[in-house]
Design a binder for this molecule. Structure first.
Ligand code: NAD
Length: 389
């Protein structure tokens, strides 16, 4: 890995993302010389970085070869992507090739089946054991959640008819906005810090009591609810609430929410539909002009009743409910740069003696390698797909 004069032995390609609205790219130019030092040569599909403000010339100056999509895929040992590969890419991948990305294997079983049948090694960053210290450089869920939390606050501020900070001018004084952030994971804590930096009065809430210190450390006030004392689950995540706990939590939150100008909801429970925290009744109690941004909004529902991903819903009482879509894609340069660093760290882990080396006994690889040599080797994904996998 460290021999600077050795010939490149692994070829990696970054292709243009094809999902609607996706502006990120999996490798940025500054990663190219880092990979070259690790004996990895880089091919980039022409235009792959354009939407993230990385033109072809920047890759070429960094030492990458800019080629057509087909040539990039055909010559690469490893194809790196941000999201799931689209049908054209999936169909073109061949046995022995690897694809690395946020592949969402637990929600894309057909893709996993197809990759396994084609003999492609599928490596998905969403399975990374995030608490392992050597895995932190590869943690794309964290790097992208950070971007999402930041962008959610900008969207809330942009859709709010007043200022976030207190402003004292000759034309009058405006009080600071009151912002409530629900969920204090990576995105939530970033949202709290960002809203503080914009000058808002920020309150944070999470169902895991240990988040109190983290919420206070970013300058926010901790909102303590009496109804559910703790719902800490495994590995630093929350557990799903019982139906009784959930309705008690909703009722208590409803009584609090009316005093906030903006609510940013980021609560998730791994493998479950997002918890409904803010009911339509609670939204009815808010002032006209208030804004809610739901980072959990998806086809499975969200944290806020009535939110729709990628859409803004205006309620009868003049409150905007914004269903966030793919927020990291809306900050493409920063999000791509962070993601690219995660990919480089993962490649450094996977390439041993100049070749991509799959070792399911390794703790990191056990989490990220989904298919290899025609088989679904990730236990949780294999269990989901059943015996035919
Ligand atoms: P996540 O996206 O799964 O969830 C966001 C937050 O929602 C969590 O804090 C969760 O407690 C909260 N939540 C769930 N249900 C809720 C409810 N009903 N009411 C209120 N809040 C609710 O979280 P994440 O950002 O992926 O982070 C999860 C955990 O993993 C955190 O403890 C985080 O510190 C930890 N983490 C650790 C590392 C590391 O060790 N390097 C890296 C990343 C994340």
């Amino acid at each position: 890995m460290n021999d600077p004069i050795a010939e490149p032995s692994v070829t990696v390609c970054a292709v243009r993302e094809t999902a609607s609205g996706e502006q990120r790219v999996a490798l940025v130019p500054e990663s190219v010389p880092v990979l070259a030092r690790a004996q990895v040569s880089v091919l980039v599909e022409s235009g792959a970085g354009a939407a993230a403000c990385f033109p072809d010339g920047a890759y070429e100056r960094a030492g990458a070869e800019v080629v057509s999509r087909d040539e990039a895929i055909d010559r690469a040992d490893v194809v790196v992507s941000v999201g799931t590969p689209g049908p054209d890419l999936t169909a073109r991948l061949r046995a022995g090739q690897a694809v690395i990305g946020l592949l969402r294997p637990l929600v894309e079983p057909d893709l996993v089946r197809q990759l396994a049948e084609a003999g492609v090694t599928a490596i998905s960053l969403d399975g990374l054991p995030r608490t392992l210290s050597r895995a932190q450089y590869m943690d794309a869920l964290t790097s992208q959640a950070n971007v999402a939390g930041y962008k959610a606050v900008l969207i809330a501020a942009d859709n709010f008819g007043r200022f976030f900070p207190m402003l004292i001018t000759a034309a009058g004084t405006s009080r600071p906005a009151s912002v409530l952030v629900l969920g204090a994971g990576v995105a939530g804590l970033q949202a709290m810090g960002t809203a503080r930096r914009l000058g808002a009065m920020v309150t944070g809430y999470d169902i895991r009591p240990e988040t109190r210190d983290q919420i206070e450390s970013v300058g926010a006030k901790f909102l303590k609810l009496e109804s559910v004392a703790s719902a800490a689950g495994e590995g630093g995540y929350a557990r799903a609430l019982t139906a009784e706990e959930q309705s008690a939590q909703q009722a208590e939150l409803a009584a609090q929410i009316a005093r906030f100008d903006a609510v940013i909801a980021t609560a998730q429970v791994p493998g479950r539909r997002p918890p409904l925290l803010v009911t339509a009744e609670a939204v009815k109690g808010m002032q006209a002009g208030s804004v809610l941004v739901d980072l959990a909004a998806s086809s499975l529902g969200g944290n806020i009743e009535g939110s729709v991903a990628d859409q803004t819903v205006m309620t009868e009482n003049g409150v905007r409910i914004i269903g966030a879509g793919n927020l990291p894609a809306q900050v493409p340069t920063a999000a791509s740069t962070a993601y690219s660093h995660n990919i480089v760290a993962l490649l450094a882990e996977l390439i041993r003696d100049g070749a991509l080396t799959i070792d399911p006994a390794d703790e990191i690889q056990a989490g990220v390698v989904v298919t290899h040599q025609g088989t679904v080797i990730h236990p949780a994904v294999a269990a989901l797909l059943g015996p035919s996998a």
